[in-house]
Design a protein around this ligand. Structure first.
Ligand SMILES: [Zn+2]
Length: 59
């Protein structure tokens, strides 16, 4: 079983339905940071990192 993050759970205002997946927490975080670039996010603040971590679910 892996991990997943629903983009909309991190930023509901984005209207994004993308789901980021990874085989563990580290990988799903890495993939989420890659996906953040598609939203024009170049720098991950501690606040954003905390929101992303809080949104991690079992896949
Ligand atoms: Zn997104």
């Amino acid at each position: 079983m892996g991990k997943m993050i629903e983009c909309a759970k991190v930023d509901p205002s984005s209207g994004c339905t993308h789901v980021v997946r990874g085989r563990d927490e580290e990988e799903v975080l890495k993939n989420a940071m890659e996906h953040a670039k598609e939203h024009g996010i170049r720098e991950v603040t501690p606040e954003l990192a905390a929101k992303v971590k809080a949104a991690i679910r079992d896949d």
